[in-house]
Design a protein around this ligand. Structure first.
Ligand code: CMX
Length: 482
């Protein structure tokens, strides 16, 4: 009976010709609109995916809508809702053992399959990841080129916004605070807010959201560079001509920060790909989803995500890691990096009541593949760097210490353990800027997901909360009646 309803709906929506097609289409696990031509632009590509995806959601809800997806214990309610399955987030999925998959592709697969910079780039272009996250398809070279051109054209920030940033008290405001101020300032350009004010139909929100997402993603490297040069280089900005031949986002970011090397361009491409998305429940992604669910536009929603990213247990950990590594070197005071010496210093950190930054994870239970990808980069380009050697040695030492401490669920390193030493090696030594780079990347994933939230018409988020008294009353009543 239920499958008859599903089939009837799909025939109506033109995804199947008749009811007997249903089984084979469901087996394929994805619907394609009958007879579509290959999309030329990202917007067309996303448009072509929306109705088929809605059909899939329709089928899933018809078939499994009343099934229980996850349960929540009292401990989980007090414990940050850890592993409660209560969100749908399409762009990426995190497996505790294997790590992140972007639209089903692991990091090594993305490194292999996504187009690279011409002529000799080896790292995937972030623009290709953007296409993948938005559409679910590995893009062709020409599709990636079209995104590169589009973002390049959008990569300008109004002069008055730049001047506002120039006048901030740079030494007193953390770069992440400057960053969220900038994103909020740019909000006045939101096409989503403008369209809403003019009565746009709900079915059209996604397109305005995509417009905002693309413009914001393109502008973030400009903003990041402005903050960096203002805060650490006496407001000496890199002339626009220097970035004129930078056709991709990674290179444009590298050059506008003031770095000239092609290796650093590659590092930026890798960095922007690795940090883009980590499924939906992490603080930054969830904040973007939550704020966006009130139909706050992508600028407002992303600014909320940045504020979450700025916390030391989340994105700020990369800054904390480099500080901790440098302190460790200082405390070694010329003594060798032996297992014994490093073990003692790790215990010192724990005894002082601090976490060891860059280790542990709320979901992962193995070494983060984003750590591994950065380690491979280091092994290729900076194998003899002293700080990299320290990071390598800590890979052997810290998991044992954390295991022995007996509290952590995952003693292995995460993405933030490695990024700082790579940046520092190329001269980007200002660690309290690092989370800004994380934020530039995180826009690619969280805003892609936000476009899909609007395309699928997801409602405002409103989980139910209860009080401690409610929990007591509820379960005491239950045990009396049992
Ligand atoms: N060093 C010392 N103690 C740690 C630890 C670490 N690296 N990781 C976890 N613990 C502790 C927790 O603080 C907790 O202690 P209490 O019971 O006293 O509160 C206990 O071990 C159990 O924690 P968990 O369930 O293993 O981890 P959580 O899901 O609560 O927290 C995370 C996850 C990432 C916040 C935590 O591992 C941590 O603080 N790591 C260091 C900071 C860090 O690297 N953050 C970046 C994560 C990646 C990202 O989001 O960018």
């Amino acid at each position: 009976m239920r499958s008859d309803r599903v089939a009837a709906a799909l025939v109506r929506l033109k995804y199947i010709r008749n009811a007997s097609d249903l089984v084979s289409e469901v087996r394929k696990k994805s619907f394609r609109v009958l007879s579509t031509s290959a999309p030329q632009t990202l917007t067309e590509a996303v448009r072509s995916k929306i109705e088929p995806m809605k059909a899939q959601v329709h089928v899933v809800r018809e078939q499994f809508g009343e099934e229980v997806l996850g349960t929540c214990t009292v401990n989980q309610a007090y414990g940050g809702m850890r592993s409660v399955k209560s969100m749908v987030y399409e762009t990426s999925l995190l497996d505790p053992e294997e790590g992140i998959r972007f639209r089903g592709y692991s990091i090594p697969e993305c490194q292999k399959l996504l187009p690279k910079a011409k002529p000799a780039g080896e790292q995937p272009l972030p623009e290709g990841l953007l296409w993948l996250l938005l559409t679910g398809d590995i893009p062709t070279e020409s599709q990636v080129q079209s995104v590169c051109m589009d973002l390049k054209q959008r990569a300008t920030v109004p002069e008055d916004v730049l001047h506002f940033l120039d006048r901030l008290p740079h030494k007193r405001l953390h770069p992440m605070t400057q960053f969220t101020i900038a994103v909020n300032l740019l909000q006045r350009d939101s096409r989503m807010t403008e369209a809403y004010a003019h009565g746009a139909a709900k079915s059209a929100y996604w397109e305005h959201c995509l417009e905002d997402a693309l413009t914001l993603i393109a502008r973030l490297p400009v903003i990041a560079a402005r903050i960096y040069r203002n805060t650490f280089h006496g407001a000496k900005h890199i002339p626009l001509e220097t970035t004129a031949n930078a056709d991709d986002m990674g290179k444009r970011l590298a050059r506008s920060l003031g770095f000239e090397s092609t290796e650093f361009d590659e590092l930026m491409r890798l960095y922007l790909v690795l940090h883009a998305d980590h499924e939906g429940g992490n603080v930054s992604a969830h904040a973007v989803r939550l704020v966006g669910s009130a139909l706050s536009d992508p600028y407002l929603a992303f600014a909320a995500g940045l504020n979450g990213l700025a916390g030391p247990l989340h994105g700020l950990a990369n800054q904390e890691v480099l500080r901790w590594l440098l302190q460790m070197k200082e405390k070694l005071g010329g003594r060798p990096m032996t297992t014994e010496n490093l073990t003692e210093l790790c215990w010192q950190t724990l005894r002082e009541g601090h976490v060891i930054p860059g280790f542990g994870h709320a979901v992962l239970r193995r070494t983060d593949p984003r750590y591994t990808a950065q380690r491979e980069f280091a092994l290729k380009y900076l194998p003899h760097d002293e700080m990299f050697q320290l990071v390598s040695k800590l890979y052997e030492v810290v998991p044992q210490v954390l295991e022995e401490q007996g509290k952590v669920k995952n003693p292995w390193p995460n993405v933030d353990q490695h990024s700082g030493v790579l940046l520092r090696y190329y001269g980007l030594v200002e660690s309290n800027f690092y989370t800004v780079l994380f934020g530039v990347s995180r826009a690619i994933g969280t805003l892609s997901s936000l476009v899909w939230d609007r395309a699928l018409g997801l409602p405002i988020e409103r989980p139910k909360s209860v009080t401690t008294q409610w929990i007591r009353d509820h379960f005491e009543k239950r045990s009396v009646s049992a």
